[in-house]
Design a protein around this ligand. Structure first.
Ligand SMILES: Cc1cc2nc3c(=O)[nH]c(=O)nc-3n(C[C@H](O)[C@H](O)[C@H](O)COP(=O)(O)OP(=O)(O)OC[C@H]3O[C@@H](n4cnc5c(N)ncnc54)[C@H](O)[C@@H]3O)c2cc1C
Length: 381
């Protein structure tokens, strides 16, 4: 099997397939450790998937953060206790550690080689060094600009649905660790300040077409956090609510960002990347054991269906809580009602499913909140 991309999705696929006894080529254009622009927030859901797929991770890879402060355009909405804590991590260390586990499980290392040509029909991949690999099943875990998805469909994502985010690494701030989330810092998105070992990652991101002024928004967010001037700004896309309904074609399975598996409200992608990488590999193992590689995509699509449904529901909810007129109502309800705060945190941590949220009652509660002001707002049932 060939796995293109050795981020969380690719390493999850590779370790799963290698442990099941498949010969796996794990290809990445980068040498590791390599950086990946990311808030590096690891939710409870992601921690569960990571433990399931990789087993125990090296000590100190994640920094536990026990508090989350919510705000809206700088106005405090409340500070929540995260129990269990969120994790934060620097992706260069994190991704290298996951890839090491995949290599230790027996995956063949093809780092520093770009997939220059992907041929979905034959399962042949030509690497930038000239090596040609071929396998009955190919897992494309090559990120938001996936060369594999482009080889299948001409483009990796829909520009109208993709998000863009800008980030800086700032010096760490004193005091207890708190994850900051400002729901007004970007349109259909938010701003974040995540404490890490030796750094504070600050960023803003949201649906690209709705945020043509993202650089100005980042500047305002940095100023509000007292970040020093002159920090290096980096930007990256994320597939923010455009999960592919069929995650691949023929012998090609897509996982992680390549399949559009990012939560359209929270921007969480690491947990879904690990989960989908594992499911794609298990589907391939099953199909190859039956000598029916063509069946892998069907197995994978079926296994991924609950995750796709979660992300679909999240997109519907996003259309309610991020819509301009209702957003202020959402912020007020968060400020006013501990139960709404607790549910928001549960969704972010993966302790509650979007399927449990009744969209109609959220919509009605937000309208009430807007119409009646804070005092008469009621939380959704
Ligand atoms: C600014 C920002 C902040 C974010 N914050 C968070 C967060 O706090 N928490 C969270 O859960 N998610 C966050 N995300 C989303 C998260 O980063 C992604 O969802 C996650 O990295 C997806 O993992 P992946 O393995 O699918 O892809 P990636 O991590 O992008 O890995 C893809 C790999 O493929 C390789 N590759 C690409 N093209 C080729 C090629 N042609 N040949 C060979 N190799 C190739 C790349 O080098 C890379 O190593 C954030 C995203 C952004 C942009």
């Amino acid at each position: 099997m060939i796995v293109l991309g050795a981020g969380p999705a690719g390493s999850a696929a590779a370790v799963t397939a290698a442990r099941a006894g498949l010969r796996v080529a794990l290809v990445d254009r980068a040498m590791f450790p390599r950086d990946k622009l990311c808030g590096g927030g690891i939710t409870g859901r992601a921690q569960g998937f990571l433990a399931q797929v990789f087993g125990p991770l090296p000590d100190g890879l994640m920094r536990p953060v026990g508090f989350m402060r919510l705000s809206h355009n700088g106005q405090d909405l409340g500070t929540l206790t995260c129990d269990p804590p969120f994790g934060t991590t620097m992706r260069h260390r994190f991704d290298a550690a996951l890839r090491d586990i995949a290599l230790a499980a027996g995956a063949d290392d093809h780092a520093g080689r770009r997939a220059a040509r992907v041929e979905p029909a034959t399962g042949r991949v030509t690497l930038s060094c000239g090596t040609v690999l071929q396998a009955p099943v190919l897992i494309g875990a090559d990120g938001v600009h996936s060369a594999t998805a482009r080889a299948l469909w001409g483009r990796a994502h829909d520009p109208a649905r993709v998000a863009f985010a800008l980030e800086v690494e700032a010096p760490p701030r004193p005091g207890p660790d708190v994850l900051d989330i400002d729901l007004g810092a970007a349109d259909w998105g938010y701003g974040w300040a995540f404490p890490k070992d030796g750094s504070l990652t600050l960023g803003v991101g949201g649906l690209a077409p709705r945020n043509p002024d993202l650089a100005a928004r980042l500047a305002a967010y940095l100023a509000a956090h007292g970040a020093p001037e002159g920090l290096r700004v980096k930007g990256h896309h994320l597939p923010f609510g455009e999960a592919k309904t069929t995650p691949g074609e023929g012998r090609v399975l897509l996982a992680g960002d390549a399949a559009g598996l990012v939560d359209p409200i929270t921007g969480e992608g690491i947990g879904w990347a690990v989960h989908s990488g594992q499911l794609a590999a298990l589907a391939a193992v099953r199909a190859l054991a039956a000598d029916a590689p063509g069946a892998a995509l069907g197995h994978y699509t079926t296994a991924l269906a609950p995750a796709l449904e979660e992300l679909r529901r999240a997109r519907l909810l996003r259309a309610i809580i991020y819509a301009r007129p209702l957003r202020a109502g959402f912020a007020r309800m968060l400020a006013r009602h501990p139960v709404v705060q607790a549910r928001y945190l549960d969704l972010m941590q993966g302790r509650r499913d979007y399927a449990d949220i009744r969209l109609g009652s959220v919509f009605r509660a937000l309208r009430r909140s807007l119409a009646a002001g804070l005092d008469r707002a009621r939380p959704p049932g």
